[in-house]
Write a protein that binds this ligand. Structure first.
Ligand code: MG
Length: 470
């Protein structure tokens, strides 16, 4: 071998070694790529049919429509309860409310004179993500206990800005809901607005509250862009009483309810915009969903469940199936997903993505949806339990839903009926729950009975946290 050949060979070897080193470095950096940020945008009493992308004919939601096109739209996604408090507890703990006493047959939600809240022994998603060094914020409605020991700042959130319970509580005047039409004075409701544990405004000016929640979220994202963050943005609207800011009031074809949704949608757009501007979009998972179905007795101030039966407060589909969108460019595989999902799955899914081990000292009710979100695979969730308070009213397995008990709410849809022969619907063929096919499918009934029996055989009900009032 000549000197020239030797030098060339040595150079090639050096180049090869350098390239291998670069590959190793790149893969090491991939392993250390930052865990994703999470933003959950949770609307209050927004119905299945209230977004443009879910078929509403006169409410304009361009930002949510865009998220649905670029990300995943889930058409069979559920909450664990059809009213605020238990639904929120389930999302934040990944557990059925019956396990931690956040549901009751004496009081459906917490009130301003409630004594208790989400037990501090529960592990919230914020506490879970804190183990991986996340900065955490709860912005908006809490409704898991208004006393200091139950507020977000005691439940894993570094920062809180919002109202501690529903926006219609603390009524300051006695008058008919419709007395002022679409111009309800916000002073009629003495709802406090809090920052961390301090009341900063009372009554909260609800006409600008959606706007301010969005601004707080954008600010938090900017301030924490260099570390992993989790924002739980729980808008207190479109729960009645309805309010929209000057820029939105009177603009929607759907009236004030549409104005409210369009302002929320605008805020979603602002969140997406800041993520894109700060170069965070590819590393942030944004989820939009609702805490329960529409509050139908409020007529035009209530939403729509679309083609689903009934609404808030019931275990019919309209009460518990919610419009849900996941977005993260380059991470979430664009699709319309008709498999099952639940808000309780967010705890498990985000824990997996952030590489935080699941708690092993308690039963959890979520599954990891990452294979569906990231690779478009089939959802691992195969069943849904429909609880009302501490009782199972219905269960879904695959496309079949079996009702053991049905009950309306708020003077609508009839009283409590215990069905000696349960009612069976095929939700794929019959999403509006109209045609009972129990007689034709005894084997399906048997299978669902078995599922419920197994669930109940290991169930330890938590002490009722909602009943006690001052
Ligand atoms: Mg609600």
């Amino acid at each position: 071998m000549t000197t020239y050949q030797l030098v060339t060979k040595a150079r090639s070897l050096a180049l090869l070694t350098f390239l291998m080193f670069c590959c190793l470095l790149a893969s090491a950096q991939n392993d250390k790529s930052p865990p994703p940020n999470f933003v959950i945008i949770f609307a209050d009493d927004l119905g299945y049919g209230d977004l443009g992308t879910f078929g509403h004919p006169s409410i304009q939601t361009p930002n949510l429509d865009r998220m649905a096109t670029e990300g995943q739209k889930w058409t069979n996604f559920y909450v664990a309860a059809s009213v605020c408090t238990p639904s929120r507890a389930a999302l934040l703990t990944g557990r059925l409310p019956v396990r931690n006493g956040m549901c009751s047959n004496k009081s459906r939600v917490l009130f301003p004179n409630s004594v208790n809240g989400l037990p501090t022994e529960e592990i919230t998603l914020a506490e879970q993500l804190k183990q991986a060094g996340y900065a955490t914020a709860a912005i908006g409605k809490w409704h898991l206990g208004h006393k200091p020991e139950f507020l977000p700042t005691s439940q894993g959130f570094d920062y809180y800005y919002g109202i501690p319970y529903s926006n219609d509580m603390d009524k300051a005047v006695k008058k008919d809901y419709w007395a002022d039409g679409d111009d309800i004075p916000f002073q009629d409701y003495n709802v406090p607005l809090m920052r961390d544990t301090e009341i900063v405004e009372r009554p909260a000016d609800q006409t600008t509250i959606t706007k301010r929640y969005t601004e707080e979220t954008v600010k938090f994202i900017k301030e924490h862009k260099s570390e992993p963050f989790f924002v739980y943005l729980a808008h207190n609207l479109p729960h009645i009483p309805l309010f929209a800011s000057k820029d939105f009031k009177g603009k929607s074809k759907r009236g004030l309810y549409g104005d409210v949704i369009e302002e929320i949608d605008y805020g979603v757009g602002e969140v997406i915009k800041v993520l894109e501007e700060e170069g965070l979009a590819e590393n942030t998972i944004v989820v939009f969903t609702s805490d329960n179905g529409p509050w139908l007795p409020f007529k035009t101030h209530g939403g729509s469940a679309g083609l689903l039966r009934a609404g808030k407060g019931t275990t019919w589909e309209g009460g518990m199936r919610v419009p849900t969108i996941f977005w993260s460019p380059s991470r979430v595989t664009p699709a319309v997903v008709s498999d099952l999902g639940s808000t309780m799955d967010l705890f498990t899914t985000f824990s997996a993505m952030a590489q935080v081990a699941m708690p092993n000292d308690r039963l959890m009710d979520g599954v990891d949806l990452s294979p569906t979100l990231l690779k478009g695979e089939e959802s691992p969730r195969k069943h849904i339990l429909y609880y009302r308070g501490p009782e199972v009213y219905a269960a879904r397995l695959g496309e079949y839903k079996l009702h053991y008990i049905t009950q309306g709410e708020y003077g609508m849809f009839g009283g409590k009926e215990v069905h000696e022969t349960p009612i069976l619907y095929h939700l794929g063929h019959d999403p509006s729950e109209q045609f009972d096919i129990a007689a034709e499918h005894p084997e399906v009934i048997e299978e669902i009975n078995q599922l419920v029996k197994e669930h109940q055989s290991t169930l330890v009900k938590g002490k009722d946290q909602l009943a006690e009032r001052e």
